[in-house]
Write a protein that binds this ligand. Structure first.
Ligand code: SF4
Length: 467
């Protein structure tokens, strides 16, 4: 049993990390059904693709409803209190199910077990959970199932370490059109509100060769789009190369000829002019940037440890805005400790200046062991939510304005699947990441089609195939 340790998780000593290949382990369970529920970001979704790949290479079959499964795994997120509460709520349902289904095997993984308090709670109060593993132990999933099934005891494997890079996972991709590709794991920024540097270890880049090889293989399999993933993709390469950055990687991935390349998430501090030029000049790098700002107040940005000012953010924003057809979205936190009405108004001013195409907005939620959680002047919940409502009104106004420019225009849409907006519609994304519901049948799925926009809203657009 390995338990998490937040002090170990914070250590950064610039030591070289290990790169190793996934090794197959045979499972003692045969012909079983599994269900995975995933919370959180694209990194977690991609980790779930790895866990599914490992399970399916051992003969497991996915099922739609957790009540039918023999093994249920919850892949958790530690970023916000809300996700935390949902996980424990779902565990309550699973406990109930296990009363009538004694052989049910339950696992918890992802970012939450990296927190000492969570894993101690699972160990002491949730003994019906069979196994627990962290973000550094994905390849151990079969080993942990085997241990817990054969011993009848709870198995826990959560390393709190600098981190390594495991290559060669047997992925089960969620579709065969667009794929996530990890390029950098972990984060060294330690923004004062964020738990990710503790839960996902130090910044570790994958080699450019392994990334390009993965994209080449995806292209051969017929994938149209890749999203290069990392907590901070703009730091790519800094830890392993002297002079090779995200800009160089975008060029090399572009040369594979894959039709669409995206990347997420960007930290403004590491965004260079070369990267702006790469997005502008490489034809298959899509004109879309998610550029979290978090606050428009320099005082709050400093307290957050974000390493940029409102002015330097706007300067970068303007360079990106000069790229033809680009859309830019952001993340904003309201109610950070010490945020005054004046600070909040500066955030509104910044939104009015930038006119983002969209924003993910959040009320600050303290995370245990982060510096911000013990800062003075925590903002009252009702003040946070009142500010969040005011912010959302402004954000939505600009999303709507951004989309309305496309009315009657022709856009290229990569169709990903059926639309929730009607049986006669499919959905997909434009080059600059606008969601479009298109009148058409399933035969369009996987194609890039020309669409004329017939209606626009804040969060999506409607269209018909262009003649
Ligand atoms: S850069 Fe992103 S992931 Fe890293 S600490 Fe800051 S908010 Fe967290």
């Amino acid at each position: 049993m390995n338990l998490p340790n937040m002090i170990e998780a914070k250590k950064r000593n610039k030591k070289e990390f290990n790169v190793y290949n996934y090794e197959d382990v045979k499972c003692v369970l045969k012909n079983k059904k599994y269900f995975i529920r995933t919370y959180g970001c694209q990194m977690n979704e991609h980790d779930t693709e790895k866990i599914k790949g490992i399970l399916e290479s051992n003969g497991f079959v996915a099922c739609e409803n957790y009540v039918d499964a023999d093994v249920v795994i919850i892949n958790t997120c530690a970023i916000r209190e809300n996700a935390h509460n949902k996980v424990f709520g779902f565990l309550g349902q699973l406990k109930h199910l296990k009363e009538t289904k004694k052989d049910l095997v339950i696992g918890v993984c992802g970012c939450m077990p990296q927190e000492e308090s969570v894993t101690n709670e699972l160990k002491d109060k949730y003994k019906f959970v069979n196994f627990v593993f962290g973000t550094h132990n994905i390849e151990d999933v079969i080993k942990l199932i085997n241990e817990s099934v054969t011993s009848g005891k709870q198995s826990i494997e959560v390393f709190s370490k600098y981190g390594d890079v495991c290559e060669g996972f047997p992925f089960k991709r969620s579709n065969n059109i667009t794929a996530y590709v990890d390029i950098i794991l972990g984060c060294d920024k330690f923004c004062t509100y964020c738990i990710v540097p503790y839960t996902r270890g130090a910044q570790r880049s994958r080699s450019k060769e392994s990334i390009v090889e993965e994209v080449v293989n995806l292209k051969k399999q017929g994938f149209k789009e890749v999203t290069l993933l990392g907590q901070n993709v703009n730091a790519y390469g800094k830890d392993i190369y002297e002079n090779y950055t995200l800009a160089n990687l975008l060029k090399d991935v572009s040369d594979t000829g894959i039709e669409r390349i995206r990347f997420v998430t960007s930290h403004p501090w590491d965004f260079t002019d070369e990267m702006v030029c790469a997005i502008r000049d490489l034809p298959n790098v899509m004109p879309y940037v998610h550029l979290p700002v978090q606050s428009g107040s320099n005082r709050i940005l400093k307290l957050m440890g974000r390493r940029y000012t409102k002015e330097s953010y706007i300067s970068l924003y303007n360079k990106l805005r000069s790229i033809e057809g680009v859309s830019i979205t952001t993340d904003i936190i309201v109610g950070f400790p010490g945020e005054t009405e004046e600070d909040f108004n500066e955030t509104l001013d910044l939104v009015n200046t930038c006119k983002f195409d969209g924003a993910f907005t959040f009320a600050y939620s303290p995370r245990e062991n982060t510096p911000a959680s013990i800062m003075k002047d925590q903002v009252d919940e009702d003040v946070k939510f009142e500010r969040l409502n005011r912010l959302n009104e402004v954000v939505n106004k600009y999303s709507n304005m951004g989309n309305s420019k496309y009315l009657d225009k022709i856009v290229n849409v990569l169709v990903l699947g059926k639309s929730e907006k009607g049986e006669d519609k499919v959905m997909g994304y434009t080059e600059n990441m606008k969601l479009v519901n298109v009148v058409g049948g399933n035969e369009l799925i996987g194609q890039i089609v020309k669409v004329r926009i017939t209606d626009t809203k804040s969060f999506s657009m409607d269209g018909v195939l262009a003649q």
